[in-house]
Design a protein around this ligand. Structure first.
Ligand SMILES: C[S@@+](CC[C@H](N)C(=O)[O-])C[C@H]1O[C@@H](n2cnc3c(N)ncnc32)[C@H](O)[C@@H]1O
Length: 265
């Protein structure tokens, strides 16, 4: 299966529960904030691009109803999980750069934590505009590079052990203005940007650390690239960087979002 999936998404061809433990735990707070920022309202037909196991999809279903939501992702296990968790939603396997939907099919097209992982984000954004009816909403969000403590701490620990690591990998969408500029280049009009916040509570250090060992995303790939000694050193450095927590703690993250309107054609 993985031979048919380009490298750009292979670190997300992992079990859905591994993603849930690493990042999905932020979606119950991130998804409502992003949907509000995108001004999605009841009555809209909505597409979730790069849906993963469906954290945003589920919240969209709650807002607009199961028959008005479609979702797409290139990771087969995530598509299966999203479909299982959202029966009745039209969930398809596919890439943002070549969306398997008709022109003008949606009133709103959203992408949560995806633009930085697209192989060609400009092509993906143009496709998001294409499938959105003129005047409809096109919106995306992505973690601010410095604003997501769970990732920042992991990568700070990695950088302290390896000169080739320079903190959180720079990805499109992680800095001020980048998502807004992406949407504008894709032809969206009336583009606005802002910040949305999300949080997750951890039972303790192990609950925070173990998800990084499951191979999910760039952090999981970095961990898996290390030998046993390197993994143990990274765990110790991460514990130190996190402040040696004893007992439960909560981390807050902030993400850039931008929304615009598909142009009148
Ligand atoms: C960090 S996850 C975000 C998942 C979900 N949207 C969420 O907010 O939890 C990134 C997702 O982007 C997907 N992805 C990677 N490359 C993609 C592409 N070119 N087009 C669409 N989705 C892509 C991955 O399979 C993964 O599900």
């Amino acid at each position: 299966m993985t031979e048919t999936v380009p490298n750009a998404c292979q670190n997300f061809v992992v079990p859905a529960d591994a993603y849930d433990r690493l990042m999905g735990r932020y979606l119950p707070t991130l998804a409502p904030a992003f949907i509000d920022a995108a001004a999605v309202r009841s009555g809209m037909r909505v597409l979730d691009v790069g849906c993963g196991p469906g954290g945003l999809t589920t919240e969209l279903v709650a807002r607009v109803g199961v028959g008005s939501v479609a979702a797409v992702d290139p990771s087969p296990p995530f598509v299966a999980a999203c479909q299982d968790r959202n029966p009745g939603v039209d969930v398809r396997l596919g890439f943002a750069e070549d969306l398997p939907f008709d022109d003008d099919a949606f009133d709103a097209t959203l992408a949560s934590l995806v633009v930085g992982f697209m192989t060609d984000a400009d092509a993906g954004a143009r496709e998001m505009v294409r499938v959105t009816r003129p005047g409809g909403v096109v919106a995306a969000c992505f973690w601010d590079r410095a604003g997501m403590p769970a990732l920042r701490t992991f990568w700070a620990a990695a950088a302290s052990l390896d000169d080739r690591v320079a903190g959180v990998p720079g990805r499109l969408g992680a800095a001020d203005g980048e998502i807004a500029e992406l949407l504008e280049r894709a032809g969206a009009v009336e583009v606005e940007q802002g910040i949305v916040s999300a949080s997750a509570t951890y039972a303790g250090f192990a609950d925070w650390w173990e998800p990084f060992t499951l191979g999910v995303g760039p952090a999981g790939a970095h961990y898996r690239s290390l030998d046993e000694e390197g993994r143990a050193a990274l765990r110790a450095a991460a514990r130190e960087a996190l402040g040696q927590p004893e007992g439960p703690f909560t981390l807050e993250g902030r993400a850039w979002f931008a929304r615009g309107a598909a142009p009148r054609r």
